[in-house]
Write a protein that binds this ligand. Structure first.
Ligand code: FAD
Ligand code: SF4
Length: 463
């Protein structure tokens, strides 16, 4: 039957891309995008929209792609999303909009993500920008953190006329989009362009401003004149395994490894200032997107054997299917049902070997995934020069420590009202990874949007 399969997207060949940091996916051209858009049935009760946390009017924008009116398509997307070129590249569409697309019942779902990317890229290449903000209303809102949650909240508030300032701890805004997700999945120039669009709408971005050090939230509200604050400070504190040898030279948190490569451009060393060391054999511990990004980056930096070491089976791996598929194509070795027990060093305290134990799966645990347990006597060692730990992140405690009365979970997540994003402090809202723990770009954006709407209501009710 016609239209069952999606228009394939062009990619760099695996053996070529495994040695460079250029974008893997080349995206649709005009002809391909129109052909793919024609597969959309323009459903009256569009299920795809129910899967989109920022409620993009998917059938309407796809219809415009079908008609060849890419500017109109961009206007439709921009009404709901400040970061379409980003989302078109990194959103887990397979479990969101595309996971619900009616076309997917018999054949491939419409390639909504790739169409979104095409529309955003075409607009950028033709200098088309989202509509500028409404007239200013004289009220100031502070946004802590320049990741997807903060950027979305700031963009929506600017559209409503607020004077918004983002305070970002790093020297560049973008959050994980800038420091975590590698160039070959998300070029940094594209992230910057979407941030520039927000600046054009009047959003101010103050970098190298650590809230909790430069200002506290209390100072922002009582001394700096902000009517409300949004906390979108993410979950940037890496977790470790707490096994012997984790303090050896050659062991990184995935955060440090990826920040050096992406934000500090270590892959361009020596023309960039920051180097990063990878040995011949690299072990990445974990099975999420972060682990895939670290492994694929290590391969591109010249490692011969890169292992993903994960304690459950491939079925339970939280990484996006596309990332796992790309990693395998690039030669990453998957060691499933396997857990590190010890990192062994040489006489100079550099990593020499990693000891692991085989695992087996039992009954499901609280997360619904089958619980792994070690198989007695199955220990083995692998020669290793670099170990990258990618087993999770939690919120940095600084904001909690410097904000009395801000209620948080035991693990550090800020407690909010699910419907509004309001925290335990009047006028202070929060969203994204700082609330949920490590999640996704689009969920962070959805939380930023919800908070913006409720900040507006809060300010109107308290003036
Ligand atoms: P963040 O993006 O973490 O941004 C928070 C910002 O706040 C940071 O810039 C930080 O510097 C700043 N900040 C922190 N504390 C302070 C402070 N005290 N003062 C001022 N600023 C502060 N999700 C996907 O959907 N698809 C993917 O493919 C994907 N891949 C990923 C790959 C990696 C390597 C990582 C780490 C995550 C990935 N994710 C992916 C998850 C996704 O990036 C996050 O869920 C998302 O970025 C969360 O957005 P956020 O705005 O809440 O936080
Ligand atoms: Fe088009 Fe699929 Fe959405 Fe229907 S569910 S409108 S086919 S993208």
């Amino acid at each position: 039957m016609e239209g069952l399969t999606r228009v394939p997207v062009r990619e760099q060949e695996p053996e070529v891309r495994a040695a460079n940091f250029e974008e893997v996916c080349l995206g649709y051209n005009e002809e391909e995008a129109v052909a793919e858009a024609k597969r959309c049935l323009n459903c009256k009760n569009a299920q795809c929209m129910k899967g989109c946390p920022v409620s993009i009017n998917i059938p309407a924008f796809v219809e415009q792609v079908k008609n060849g009116d890419f500017t109109k398509a961009y206007e439709i997307i921009s009404e709901s999303s400040a970061l379409p070129a980003v989302c078109g590249r990194v959103c887990p569409q397979e479990s969101q909009c595309e996971g619900k697309c009616i076309r997917g019942f018999k054949g491939d779902p419409v390639s909504i993500g790739k169409l979104e990317r095409f529309v955003a890229d075409t607009a950028r290449e033709n200098g088309i920008k989202p509509k500028t903000a409404a007239e200013k209303n004289g009220k100031k809102v502070a946004v802590i953190g320049g990741g997807p949650a903060g950027l979305t909240c700031a963009g929506d508030l600017a559209k409503m006329g607020y004077d918004v300032t983002i305070f970002e701890a790093f020297h560049k805004a973008g959050g994980v989009l800038g420091y975590g997700i590698p160039e070959f999945r998300l070029p940094k120039s594209i992230v910057q362009k979407e941030i520039d669009n927000l600046k054009n709408m009047g959003v101010k971005v103050e970098t190298s401003m650590v809230i909790g050090k430069t200002f506290t939230i209390d100072e922002l509200m009582k001394e700096e004149g902000y009517s409300a604050v949004f906390i979108g400070s993410g979950a940037g504190l890496p977790s470790f395994m707490h096994i012997p040898g984790e303090n050896l030279n050659g062991v990184y948190s995935a955060n440090e490894f990826l920040t050096r490569i992406n934000l500090m451009k270590a892959y361009q060393f020596p023309s960039a200032d920051t180097p990063v060391y990878v040995g011949k054999n690299v072990a990445v511990i974990g099975g999420g997107n972060v682990a895939m990004d670290a492994a694929r980056s290590a391969k591109r930096l010249g490692a011969e054997n890169v292992y993903i070491i994960y304690r459950r089976s491939e079925e339970e791996m939280p990484a996006r299917l596309e990332e796992v598929h790309h990693a395998k194509e690039e030669g990453i070795i998957f060691k499933m049902l396997c857990n590190p027990t010890k990192i062994i060093g040489d006489e100079n305290f550099w990593v020499k070997e990693i000891e692991c134990i085989e695992m087996e799966l039992g009954e499901p645990d609280a997360s619904g995934r089958r619980r792994p347990s070690p198989k007695a006597g199955s220990e083995f060692t692998l020669d290793m020069e670099t170990v990258i730990v990618a087993i999770g992140q939690s919120p940095n405690p600084l904001i909690k420590q410097t904000t009395p009365h801000l209620e948080t979970q035991k693990w550090g997540g800020i407690i909010t009202d699910e419907q509004t994003g309001a925290t335990s402090i009047p006028g202070v809202f929060a969203g994204g990874d700082a609330v949920t723990g490590a999640a996704t770009v689009i969920l962070a954006m959805g939380a930023g949007k919800t908070a913006a709407k409720n900040i507006d209501e809060y300010i109107k009710n308290h003036q």
